[in-house]
Design a protein around this ligand. Sequence first.
Ligand code: CMP
Length: 142
Amino acid sequence: AIERTFSIIKPDAVAKNNIGAIYNRFETAGLKIIASKMVHLSKEQAEGFYAEHSERPFFGALVAFMTSGPIMVQALEGENAVLAHRDILGATDPADAASGTIRADFAESIDENAAHGSDSVASAEREVAYFFSTEELCPRTR
Ligand code: CMP
């Protein structure tokens, strides 16, 4: 089925000028960008987005990193988009990520892992809505 998923290109990958290279991976995989913008998150925005991780030991470092510079946020649309996106991202820890995946090719560590992708259709809906209004989404008819 056609799904939507949510993507972040994190501060490390933006700083390394890898936005276009990562967009190319999305498009090559058949994922269509239906909304996109650059944002520099506030502490409150980052904490709200990652609220499910608030009790984890890495939460403080995660929020500090995600507010350290601008990020790109995207809504992606395509067949089986949530899983298709996670496949091309690779494992959360780049040391475990399969070769040819975004994290294997662009990330340095589990903390600075280049990109985020929704883990389910339900999270995708919440995450897309966290950053984009309905009017900002441009569903593709071709
Ligand atoms: P992301 O998909 O953005 O979701 C939460 C982030 O926390 C994750 O990617 C990692 O960058 C970061 N993180 C740091 N340590 C861990 C860990 N032990 N398990 C999961 N995520 C971690």
